[in-house]
Ligand binder design. Structure first.
Ligand SMILES: [Zn+2]
Length: 76
């Protein structure tokens, strides 16, 4: 299985973790509430996991232009 971290704004692949040693505690998923898990984590039928987060570039853009965070794809 693999875990892919994808920016929810620009859809850039931020990082990728592969291997069978992946567990939710190590990834910090247990720190999220049920609602957050539902919002940020997508588990695919083949076991792969996609985690939606914000990349450094978009974090910076949103800090400079907070109104952009209201849009799902501010840079497109
Ligand atoms: Zn981004």
């Amino acid at each position: 299985m693999s875990v892919n971290y994808v920016c929810k704004h620009c859809h850039t692949l931020i990082g990728r973790v592969e291997g069978s040693e992946i567990d939710e505690t190590r990834l910090g998923f247990h720190l999220l509430t049920e609602a957050e898990r539902h919002e940020y984590i997508k588990v695919h039928t083949n076991g792969d996991v996609t985690v939606r987060m914000t990349c450094d570039f978009c974090t910076e853009a949103i800090q400079m232009h907070p109104e952009l965070s209201l849009l799902s794809s501010p840079l497109q």
